[in-house]
Design a protein around this ligand. Structure first.
Ligand code: UPG
Length: 475
């Protein structure tokens, strides 16, 4: 019997990465139309919370009836003495390499592996793919702008990690973007985090070895950055990696049948009147910043839905459910009753963004949140926190034009004053504001573009078809 082709996907734990990669895998599967199956190698997430999250996803997806096989990789020791999470992930992945090789070896002879697709933090696994002579692809869950920056890190090392970077105002050159002020560079990559810089630079170099980089974006959204990468402007003198812009890849959490309290509250609000504030799976603010947000929202006079989480659960980076009595200033809930809802726990973000009452989104700029917002044509106020989010925020305001800028005090841990939040919310939500009107029109245009890109004849649909042909031709 002829051995059946399969594409091996190795996603990272955490919904933002895991479900994005899986949805991308499903798009490949659908485009391949039975030409190959999908095999997902599932790593043990390093924390119990993330492990349960992944287990839930796998259980649900395994029951979907699609041609997807989930293989659990054996657990490995946790590396110790890591300076931070970036180093931990890097070393943790290296420890998985022998198990990944054994798992892929074990697929033969019933399945012929035609491609291996790895999360962008997992480039160390290219060695396994090379050893097995299987084409390796990267799945990039962040914008192409961050990909451009990662490719560019060797050239920017002196600028970003040299003395004085923290105080300089000299803009940096990320090809395809307007000049980027230092305050908009990812905080994880500045001088004080030299080890992170080394790790991201390592991944950036290894992307050049990939058969292709599959990016969760569209050619319409990030045209100039994608062109800059493709033209070789990020790494002069080296052939640029092949890019496949197949986005937007968005995972919509299945509804569980009951109408969430946030959604029921929105049902009673006028169209496009509510600003949503939500800061992702790990975003929290300290007590002083929470008070400032409350004051800004109260002064803005606008309707709001604020997903407010408590401090991280001990020993984790994940927020607890907020104790509103402790966190919110006295009298705030009474003063904003009827026009504001503060939700203290995980909220159904994409369902909220799809609601007609939502007219704006103050977001931490995690790329999945950004794509969800644009899918529903909702303009944003970026409030970046960690990871690559500061760069995403810059691109949304200065590059794409779907967001109204928020001034953050870089010297004070990116603190935002109440008056500044009030100004940005008014600017986003007031029909009379030129800035807000432009962002809204561009977000609505992007929403239409997104829907076209994924449809028959659209750019992302065409990119997927080309990718599938390439994978099958290579095999
Ligand atoms: N979400 C909810 N309810 C909440 C909070 C979040 O449904 O109360 C969902 C949200 O809809 C989105 C996901 O959780 O689907 C969050 O994803 P994302 O917006 O990408 O944020 P992070 O989880 O912080 O994502 C990580 C990085 C981010 C990066 C992203 C993709 O922190 O910087 O852009 O991965 O690489």
């Amino acid at each position: 019997m002829a051995s059946r082709p399969t594409v091996v996907l190795i996603p990272r734990w955490g919904s933002g990465h895991f479900m994005s990669a899986l949805e991308a895998g499903k798009k490949l599967l659908a485009t391949g139309d039975g030409a190959f199956s999908l095999t997902v190698l599932v790593m043990h997430a390093p924390t119990q919370e993330k492990a349960s999250e992944v287990e839930g996803h796998v259980r649900r997806e395994a029951a979907s009836g699609l041609d997807i096989r989930f293989l659990q990789l054996p657990a490995v020791e946790h590396p110790t003495d890591c300076v931070d999470q970036v180093e931990f992930v890097f070393r943790y992945i290296q420890l998985h390499a022998p198990n990944v090789k054994a798992a892929i070896d074990g697929l033969a002879p019933s399945s012929r592996v035609v491609a291996v697709v790895v999360d962008f933090f997992f480039t160390a696994l290219f060695d396994v793919a090379h050893e097995l002579a299987v084409p390796a692809y990267v799945y990039f869950t962040s914008p192409a702008a961050f990909l451009a920056l990662m490719l560019r890190l060797p050239a920017l090392r002196e600028d970003m990690t040299g003395p004085g970077f923290e105080n300089t105002e000299r803009a940096l050159d990320v090809p395809g973007l307007p000049p980027v002020p230092p305050s908009c560079m990812p905080v994880c990559l500045v001088k004080s985090r030299i080890q992170n810089y080394d790790t991201f630079e390592y991944h950036g170099r290894r992307f050049m070895e990939a058969r292709g980089v599959i990016v969760n974006t569209t050619v319409e959204l990030e045209a100039s950055v994608l062109a800059a990468i493709a033209d070789g402007r990020c790494v002069p003198g080296r052939p640029a990696p092949a890019l496949h812009a197949i986005g937007p890849v968005i995972w919509f959490e299945p509804k569980d049948g009951h109408r969430h309290e946030c959604v029921r509250w929105l049902d009673a609000q006028p169209p496009a009147s509510v600003v949503l504030l939500c800061f992702g799976s790990m975003g929290t603010h300290d007590a002083a910043q929470v008070r400032e947000i409350a004051a800004g929202l109260e002064q803005s006079g606008h309707r709001f839905l604020w997903v407010l989480r408590g401090p991280p659960v001990a020993g984790t980076r994940f927020p607890s459910n907020a104790n509103l009595d402790e966190l919110l200033p006295e009298g705030f809930l009474e003063a904003t009753a009827g026009r504001g809802l503060v939700w203290p726990a995980w909220a159904p973000q994409s369902e909220i963004l799809s609601h007609a009452a939502v007219g704006g989104f103050v977001t931490h700029c995690g790329w999945n949140s950004v794509l969800e917002s644009l899918w529903f044509g909702v303009p944003m106020v970026p409030w970046p926190l960690y990871g690559e989010q500061h760069l995403n925020a810059f691109e949304l305001v200065a590059g794409v034009g779907v967001a109204v800028a928020l001034e953050m005090d870089r010297k004070k841990g990116f603190f935002v004053q109440a008056a500044e939040l009030e100004r940005a919310v008014r600017s986003l939500m007031d029909g009379a504001s030129e800035e807000g009107r432009k962002a809204r029109a561009k977000a609505s245009e992007t929403s239409a573009e997104f829907r076209r890109a994924g449809g028959e004849g659209g750019s992302s649909c065409a990119a997927l078809k080309r990718l599938v042909v390439e994978i099958l031709d290579l095999s």
